[in-house]
Design a protein around this ligand. Structure first.
Ligand SMILES: Nc1ncnc2c1ncn2[C@@H]1O[C@H](COP(=O)(O)OP(=O)(O)OP(=O)(O)O)[C@@H](O)[C@H]1O
Ligand SMILES: [Zn+2]
Length: 678
């Protein structure tokens, strides 16, 4: 084991604020680990920053009519403040638009280029001639070949979830101009990942079978089993780090090339300010590199970035990549675009001074080995029963009784008593779990010490023995004080705000982890403690209901701005519109079409003539229901045979949320048939 810990947390993408999913899946566990390593006396660099390049940012900027820089400036500040408010103890939090990052990532690219690690490949890519730009996959929309969704993206259909490439889309269109894009040749630089398969197999599949998490190991194995392909490390785009080669105008580094190099750039920035050498953390065998990420980032941190570092030649490989699964909210997938989230900055406003409650609740339901769910009710229970009922209650009783019976001076007791062994036992247990990235178990071990303390006081009953056996009472509170101070010390990685309050309350200094493991006496007889203050307070039902209501409002709002509604179709002229002959009409007869579940044969009085229309409405209406209904008809639609019946025209219908159809009708019954609509 080495003395240095180079800890990174996934760079949050600067197109939205931080939510509880990010916190539970990456930043809080990473912070617990970093704080713990510092307490072990390790030389820790805990590094992060905003990821400010890539397509979603440019798309968002276009939508809002601002520049990509405007977007990232806004979210970088919000994200940075949320982390600091929640006590995430980054040594450096920077951003990928920093000058230093441009230089570092360009240098990295140049080194690989000069060593001949890239292959150059010419490929055909979609190009928007009107906008004069190559189109990233996300910038192309069209019909999904799998489900028929008309608004599938060039890389993915969000309706059926299938992964696509732009050439698979039916009727591809550019999102920039709405035009049909053309294929045009372009040259890019590729990293032949297939050449790194042997190295990855040996290093991860053979070398980390036992110490990496099964979810991480399994994902890597399946990527390797499928075989790796060369991947483009540059893109035709105008937002990002420019490719540092001649004749590479209009090309930038692939966002997943530059983003992980951000860890290195930001370490440099931190090292420079603190008189350290960044290479001691990234290029020395006496350093453990650990990446904290969510499961969707595994391939980038276990395959692509390591291959880049291997190609470079000077870097150490990560010791571990403890990736988390996903956190859901109230049984629904957390989503920035649907605003389905508990936002860190809003939590801090709604629950002032209660950051540790969120840290505790998220850690105890961290999606460590499988996806997990956050609910407000559960959050309330964790606070009221565990933090208030057990942890806070125990410490408060100890402090209050010491003030009451001994004027705030720790009484004398037997420092060899068996109950004091619990302290070092807990410290060792927590430490073992944390070294193994088992955050939930470590938190349980901490709470178990508080539980033990509570029970101990309950059996000892110093409030009774103080009368007839004062020596016993003194020892009980001496031992209670040791356990309370142990909790103050050991809770720091998990609940840093409360830990600090507690250390002040007991008027003691921070100890190293090994001191806590090795000393049974953490606060001496005769030591004066400060006034006790309440650590945690009960969260009432109305507070929780307000949060639930907020989510309910989001649901309602999402219904209003219907996420299922298709975006506008291609623009048409007024002349185009006047070609359409829409009229009011009345259905006079209706019957089922034999052997067709969906069809009704209708006789329609159009005011101009009486005609037959076959309409696919039988799953929404019975024939009886529609007779006499006034409707709207598209009169000049070319006739068409459906099931042997000639259908002359089309009725206008729309769809209700339950999927049933609804007629478009005039809202006034005095409108006669045959009147034009327009
Ligand atoms: N619900 C979640 N649970 C656990 N981890 C998550 C969750 N959402 C994102 N993460 C992780 O947080 C880190 C930063 O995420 P990033 O900024 O890239 O956002 P994202 O994945 O685009 O999320 P969103 O789409 O919700 O904004 C990544 O490592 C990602 O895997
Ligand atoms: Zn689809």
């Amino acid at each position: 084991m080495s003395n240095r810990k180079m800890i990174t947390a996934a760079l949050p993408y600067a197109n939205g604020p931080v939510h509880i999913g990010h916190l539970a899946g990456v930043y809080i566990p990473a912070d617990v680990y970093a704080r713990f390593q510092r307490r072990l006396g390790k030389d820790v660099a805990f590094i992060c920053g905003s990821d400010e390049h890539g397509i979603p940012i440019t798309i968002r900027a276009k939508k809002e009519g601002v520049t990509p820089q405007d977007i990232v400036d806004k979210y970088h500040e919000i994200i940075k403040k949320s982390f600091s408010d929640l006590g995430i103890s980054f040594d450096e939090y920077s951003r990928t638009t920093s000058k230093n990052h441009y230089e570092t990532s360009q240098d990295f690219f140049k080194t690989l280029y000069e060593k001949g690690k890239f292959t150059e490949e010419v490929s055909e890519q979609y190009f928007d001639e009107q906008a004069g730009e190559f189109l990233a996959d996300r910038y192309i929309v069209g019909t999904c070949p799998n489900c028929g969704n008309e608004n599938a993206y060039g890389d993915q259909c969000e309706r059926c979830g299938s992964t696509l490439s732009p050439s698979e889309l039916i009727n591809p269109k550019s999102m920039l101009s709405g035009n049909v894009p053309v294929l045009k040749e372009t040259k890019n630089w590729y990293l032949p990942l297939n050449e790194y398969e042997d190295f990855l197999n040996e290093w991860i599949i053979e070398g980390h079978k036992d110490d990496w998490k099964p979810n991480v190991y399994g994902q890597v194995k399946s990527w390797l089993n499928d075989g790796l392909k060369p991947r483009a490390m540059t893109r035709d785009l105008n937002w990002g780090v420019p490719v540092p080669l001649p004749n590479a105008e209009g090309k930038v580094l692939y966002v997943w090339f530059d983003a992980p190099i951000g860890y290195i750039s930001f370490t440099k920035e931190w090292a420079e300010k603190n008189g350290k050498d960044w290479k001691d953390y990234w290029q020395s065998e006496n350093s453990d590199l650990v990446h904290f990420i969510g499961k969707d980032n595994i391939v980038f941190h276990c395959i692509i970035f390591p291959s880049m570092m291997k190609a470079h030649g000077d870097y150490i490989m990560p010791k571990n990549v403890p990736a988390f699964e996903f956190l859901n909210l109230e049984n629904d997938k957390i989503s920035t675009s649907r605003n389905w989230a508990v936002w860190a900055h809003e939590y801090v406003e709604d629950f002032p001074g209660q950051q540790d409650v969120l840290r505790y609740a998220l850690l105890s339901s961290a999606p460590e080995t499988k996806d997990n769910n956050f609910t407000w009710k559960d959050f309330q229970t964790k606070n009221n029963s565990e933090l208030v009922g057990i942890f806070g209650n125990f410490i408060n009783r100890v402090a209050v009784l010491i003030h009451k019976y001994y004027d705030g001076v720790v009484p004398s007791g037997d420092s060899n008593a068996a109950e004091l062994q619990e302290i070092s036992k807990s410290a060792k247990e927590i430490s073992g779990f944390l070294e193994n990235y088992e955050f939930r178990n470590s938190l349980t071990a901490l709470m178990n010490l508080a539980r033990f303390g509570n029970q101990y006081l309950q059996t000892e009953e110093p409030w009774k023995t103080i009368k007839d056996n004062p020596e016993k009472a003194a020892h009980s509170l001496f031992a209670g004080a040791q356990i309370a101070v142990a909790l103050a010390q050991l809770s720091e990685p998990f609940m840093p705000f409360s830990s600090e309050k507690l250390l002040n309350m007991f008027n003691v200094q921070k100890l190293t982890w090994s001191d806590i493991e090795n000393q049974s006496v953490l606060i001496q007889t005769g030591h004066t403690i400060n006034e006790s203050s309440l650590l945690f307070s009960k969260i009432e039902d109305d507070v929780i209901e307000a949060q639930i209501q907020k989510l309910e409002d989001t649901k309602q709002n999402n219904k209003k701005t219907n996420p299922n509604a298709n975006p506008m179709k291609e623009e048409i002229t007024f002349d185009d519109f006047t070609k359409i002959d829409l009229r009011t009409a009345t259905i006079t007869e209706a019957e089922k079409v034999e052997k067709a579940d969906k069809l009704l044969k209708l006789t329609v009085d159009t005011g101009v003539d009486v005609r037959t229309v076959v309409s696919g409405i039988a799953e929404s209406f019975t024939p009886e229901e529609v007779i006499g209904k006034q409707v709207m008809i598209l009169l000049n639609l070319a006739p068409r045979k459906i099931r042997g019946i000639e259908s002359q025209g089309m009725l206008l219908l729309t769809t209700k949320p339950d999927g049933k159809l609804s007629f478009v009708t005039p809202d006034d019954s005095t409108v006669e048939n045959g009147i034009e609509i327009g």
